[in-house]
Design a protein around this ligand. Structure first.
Ligand code: SF4
Length: 225
């Protein structure tokens, strides 16, 4: 029998949730371009887990000890499954377990006509890590290749809305050619968010065999962003 999918995995004192491999970006530096392994776990999903499966996976992960927070991250964009993220966030809130969303900031592009930040805050989301990636739309589009136009503007708006809703918000950008980290930090500070720069590391095998793509990975606790 095949090994079951990894839905919840532990790392850096947290539990991370791997609930989808779908994403509205196709970043040049995306980890999924060259591996499905994070913290030693294979995050290949054969099917997206339902809410009950996610909650059961969290309970099992907690058997190995307490953690600081439960983080929606994995190898895809969690807000592709907004209603399920909300349900699990509420489930965590009722158990007084801190939750954080790692997101590309496309929540409102993916779920039009909804106030996603307000819904997340109401469900009990405590923190969000939003990938700004670049300070200007042209660089953002080049690096992230989003499926939406004007996505960079939407990312900024989403991060700002998270701040307004009282979600502890950290904006991140990646150290790589063409990215002005000082401008990214200024944008983050202007919206009242924290800022964190992330380092891009290019794996040698990928660098040798791949042309025209960054083929790197971002160093940090949430390796995809
Ligand atoms: S790095 Fe993040 S936002 Fe970019 S394609 Fe990968 S999962 Fe999507």
């Amino acid at each position: 029998m095949d090994r079951p999918d990894t839905i919840a995995y532990r790392g850096k004192g947290n539990i991370y949730l791997n609930i989808t491999d779908r994403c509205s970006c196709s970043c040049t530096f995306c980890l999924a371009e060259f591996t499905s392994e994070v913290f030693g776990y294979d995050l290949t999903l054969h099917a997206e887990p339902d809410v009950e499966e996610i909650e059961r996976a969290i309970e099992l992960a907690f058997l190995e000890g307490q953690v600081d927070e439960v983080v929606f991250c994995g190898l895809g964009e969690p807000t592709m499954r907004l209603d399920d993220v909300l349900a699990v966030t509420e489930w965590l809130r009722l158990r007084r377990i801190p939750s954080r969303l790692v997101t590309n900031g496309h929540g409102e592009l993916l779920n039009p006509d909804r106030d996603v930040a307000a819904e997340l805050a109401a469900a009990g989301l405590e923190a969000a890590t939003v990938s700004l990636i670049a300070a200007d739309p042209a660089t953002y589009d080049e690096l992230c290749r989003p499926m939406f136009s004007k996505a960079h503007r939407a990312v900024i708006k989403f991060a700002r809305r998270c701040v307004e809703e009282g979600v502890a918000t950290t904006v991140t950008a990646v150290e790589q050619p063409g990215v002005d980290l000082a401008d990214c930090e200024a944008l983050a500070r202007a919206m009242g968010a924290e800022f964190r720069a992330r380092r891009l590391v290019t794996p040698p095998a990928r660098a040798e065999t791949t042309e025209g793509r960054t083929g790197g990975r971002i160093e940090g606790e949430d390796p995809r962003r």
